[in-house]
Design a binder for this molecule. Structure first.
Ligand code: TXA
Ligand code: MG
Length: 319
């Protein structure tokens, strides 16, 4: 595996060519780092599963460079989904839509629908455009972590997670720390009304404002999406929610809460947005420090804090 730091146009073209040649390219997005493969190359896609240690049949999100590529992968797209794509792409939103023949079972896990996303991070967008210029159709990319582990928000974290599993010709594109910090909002658009399958930075209120009707929230009742397994987004340290930490335990809470005596303050985000941004790197720090327990005071309220609480519940194995 090679880390590529200076993502010039030439570097991006080489990375796109590496994807075309069947190699894996990890890249930054505004949410978390993704582990990319040519979404039409079954062999390359199968390597995503082995590198992540992910169970086969767990569907992958296909990343495309713009809404103009949507029709290659999706069909019978409802009007409300087009509205959402126009409003929130490029951005931290994945739409689940009825698939075309291009989306094979090895992408969709045998389901008749496909997850699509246009990320906004400049390196990600440039890579996708360059890949499409070379004749590519889309890049399948789950979060670039081992299955069940914490998603990486830095290139360094990708190296820690997957370094030993990647081949010499696979690449890791180095970008800035991910701005959003938690994975995209996933919206099921295969029915007459949209359903949120995974909360994220694009909130149900934002979605309702665009589609003009109430959005169902299926976060507690997922089929084949994040969170159906016992362990997810989990560090080695045990996560305890909303209790007083004991001396020697880690502590993550908004900066307005003081550090209880004897506990080890890992992060003190100023607001809920910053909480999301730094959550995964804070969980990694707990493991680097070898902490056995970390107490997290959950952020309250609406907006992105809903997504933060969703990840925390799953990480604490507490849902
Ligand atoms: O922000 C993100 O979405 C990141 C970046 C890299 O784009 N990607 C990401 O992928 O989080 P992943 O594979 O770690 O999580 C995507 C979730 C998985 O739980 C998967 O099962 C679900 O989305 N998913 C993908 N395609 C689906 C489909 N067709 N139907 C239902 N769920 C799907
Ligand atoms: Mg993931």
């Amino acid at each position: 595996m090679e880390f590529v730091s200076n993502c010039t146009a030439d570097v991006i073209t080489n990375a796109a060519q590496a994807l075309k040649n069947g190699h894996l390219v990890a890249f930054p997005t505004e949410t978390v780092y993704g582990l990319g493969a040519d979404a039409t190359n079954e062999k390359a896609v199968s390597r995503i599963y082995s590198v992540k240690g992910r169970p086969v049949g767990h569907p992958l999100i296909v990343h495309i460079s713009s809404i103009n590529k949507l029709d290659q992968w999706a069909t019978n797209t409802p009007d409300y989904a087009i509205k959402l794509a126009r409003e929130f792409w490029p951005g931290p939103m994945t739409l689940i839509l009825p698939r075309t023949n291009l989306a094979k079972d090895y992408i969709t896990g045998g389901q008749n629908n496909v997850g699509l996303r246009v990320p906004s991070q400049p390196i990600a967008l440039a890579l996708l455009k360059s890949f499409e210029d070379l004749g590519g159709q889309g890049v399948a990319a789950p979060s670039a972590n081992r299955f069940g582990a914490v998603s990486p928000t830095t290139a360094e974290a990708v190296g820690e997670e997957l370094g030993v599993y990647l081949d010499s010709k696979d690449l890791v594109l180095v970008g800035e720390k991910c701005l959003v910090g938690i994975e995209s909002t996933i919206i099921d658009c295969t029915n007459s009304l949209p359903t949120i399958l995974r909360p994220g930075a694009i909130t149900s209120t934002q979605i309702e404002n665009i589609v003009n009707f109430k959005v169902k929230n299926n976060v507690d009742n997922l089929i084949k999406t994040s969170g159906i397994f016992d362990k997810h987004y989990s560090p080695k340290a045990k996560i305890i929610l909303d209790q007083k930490p004991l001396p020697g335990q880690g502590y993550i809470a908004l900066s307005k809460f003081i550090t209880p005596k004897g506990s080890i303050r890992i992060a003190a985000p100023k607001n809920n947005k910053e909480f999301a941004q730094m959550l995964y790197s804070a969980l990694r720090i707990c493991d680097q420090l070898g902490l056995n327990h970390v107490v997290i005071k959950q952020p309250k309220g609406e907006g992105i804090s809903i997504a933060v609480r969703d990840r925390l519940k799953k990480a604490a194995n507490n849902y």
